[in-house]
Design a protein around this ligand. Structure first.
Ligand code: FES
Ligand SMILES: [Fe+2]
Length: 351
C-alpha cells in the first residue's frame, strides 16, 4: 500500500479516546490507542509479537502497560516488552509506538519515521483561537473510497452545482470557471459567483434573500487536509477578495484519514464567524453538511467500484480538473521522495 507516511494524520476527535483499548486502522496499520494516566493518548501497533493477538483484546494495566490477552506478554506505553509470564528473562521484543499529539481537541498521529515527527508541523488555523470565531466538530464519515478520490473532491469547486443543488450549490455556478494555484504545500482552487441568488445554506444561515456574491476557496493541504472557505455577502457591497471576513464566512474542514486502499474516514468540522454562541446553529449546520457530504459519499463510493474494474480508456480531463491534477502529481512526488529516502536508509544499513 502506497501512502505518504511522513505526515501527521488525524487519528480521531479528542472525545474518541479514554481508558479503553480501541483499535484504529490508519494507512493499513492496525493501532491500539488509549489515554494514559497522564491523559495523553498512547498508540501502539496492535499486534502481539508472540502469536499475533491484537493487543486491543488484552488489558490495560497500572502504569499504562498493556497485557496481552493470550499469554500475558506485557508492553509499556513506549512499546517495550516488560514482562513475560513463566520466565525470568524478558525477550528482546517490542511493538512500534507511534508519536501522538493533541491539538485543537483533535488527536494527531505521525505515521512515518518517528525521528521526523515535529508537533509544530501539525495543521492549524488562527481562527481556532479567535474569539470572533466558533469551532464545532461534526462527524467521522466512513467512505468506501480511496482517499485520493475523496481529497480530489475537496479541491474541486465545480462538482458543487451538480452534486449539492439544495445546499451548497445551485445552477448559477454551473459555468463559472475555476482558478487553481499552488502555495507551498497547499493547493488552492477557487471561484466567485457574483450577483446571483443565495444558495440554501446562506438563505438559512446568512439571512440573505436578495442577490449575493458567493465565494468558494478550496485549500488542500498535503497530503489530505482540506479547508473550504465559503461564504456570501450582499451583492451591493461588491466585496473584494481580501475582505471575505466582512461577509458570512464558514470554513468547512475535512481531515481525511486513509484506512486502507479502499476506505477513508473523513472527520469534518466547521469554523464560522456568525452565531458563535448559538449551539442550535451548530446542530442545524451539521444537519445540512450531513445531507451534502452523504451526496459526496454516494458519488465517491460509486466511482471507486468502477475504478476497481478493468479499464479500457484513459479518463478524459477537463478544464475544471486543475486542482485535482496538481494534487495527484504532488502526492506522486511525495511518494517518490519517501521511496528514495527509504532506499537510501536501506543502502546505508547494508553498505
Ligand atoms: S499472543 Fe500475546 S502473549 Fe501470546
Ligand atoms: Fe461535495
Amino acid at each position: 500500500m502506497k501512502f505518504v507516511r511522513n505526515a501527521w494524520y488525524v487519528a480521531g476527535w479528542a472525545s474518541e479516546f479514554d481508558r479503553k483499548l480501541r483499535r484504529f486502522t490508519i494507512l493499513g496499520d492496525d493501532i491500539v490507542m488509549y489515554r494514559g494516566e497522564d491523559d495523553k493518548v498512547c498508540a501502539l501497533r496492535d499486534r502481539c509479537p508472540h502469536r499475533q493477538l491484537p493487543l486491543s483484546k488484552g488489558h490495560l494495566m497500572a502504569g499504562d502497560a498493556i497485557q496481552c490477552g493470550y499469554h500475558g506478554l506485557t508492553f509499556d506505553k513506549a512499546g517495550a516488552c516488560i514482562r513475560a509470564p513463566g520466565q525470568d528473562n524478558i525477550p528482546k521484543t517490542s511493538v512500534h509506538a507511534y508519536p501522538v499529539h493533541e491539538k485543537n481537541r483533535i488527536v494527531w498521529i505521525w505515521m512515518g519515521e518517528a525521528a521526523l515527527a515535529d508537533p509544530d508541523d501539525i495543521f492549524s488555523l488562527p481562527e481556532f483561537a479567535d474569539p470572533q470565531w466558533h469551532a464545532h466538530q461534526g462527524d467521522a464519515l466512513h467512505l468506501k473510497s480511496h482517499y485520493l478520490n475523496v481529497a480530489e473532491n475537496l479541491v474541486d469547486p465545480a462538482h458543487v452545482s451538480f452534486v449539492h443543488p439544495t445546499t451548497l450549490g445551485n445552477a448559477a455556478s454551473e459555468d463559472v470557471p475555476v482558478h487553481a494555484d499552488v502555495d507551498g504545500d497547499v493547493i488552492v482552487a477557487w471561484r466567485w459567483i457574483r450577483d446571483a441568488p443565495p444558495v440554501g445554506f446562506f438563505q438559512k444561515f446568512g439571512g440573505f434573500s436578495g442577490n449575493v456574491d458567493r465565494w468558494h476557496y478550496y485549500y488542500l493541504h498535503l497530503p489530505s487536509i482540506a479547508v473550504i472557505d465559503f461564504g456570501s455577502a450582499d451583492a451591493a457591497l461588491n466585496l473584494p477578495e481580501d475582505k471575505r471576513h466582512e461577509g458570512v464566512r464558514v470554513f468547512a474542514l475535512h481531515f481525511l484519514t486513509p484506512v486502507d486502499e479502499t476506505n477513508t474516514i473523513d472527520r469534518w468540522m466547521h469554523l464560522r464567524n456568525v452565531a458563535i454562541d448559538d449551539e442550535n446553529v451548530s446542530q442545524s449546520m451539521d444537519a445540512m453538511f450531513r445531507v451534502a457530504f452523504n451526496e459526496d459519499k454516494e458519488i465517491l463510493e460509486a466511482i471507486q467500484l468502477e475504478e476497481l474494474k478493468p479499464q479500457h480508456h484513459r479518463p478524459v480531463r477537463l478544464a475544471i480538473d486543475k486542482g485535482p491534477n496538481v494534487y495527484r502529481s504532488r502526492i506522486e512526488k511525495l511518494l517518490h521522495a519517501e521511496e528514495a529516502a527509504t532506499e537510501g536508509w536501506a543502502q546505508a544499513e547494508t553498505g
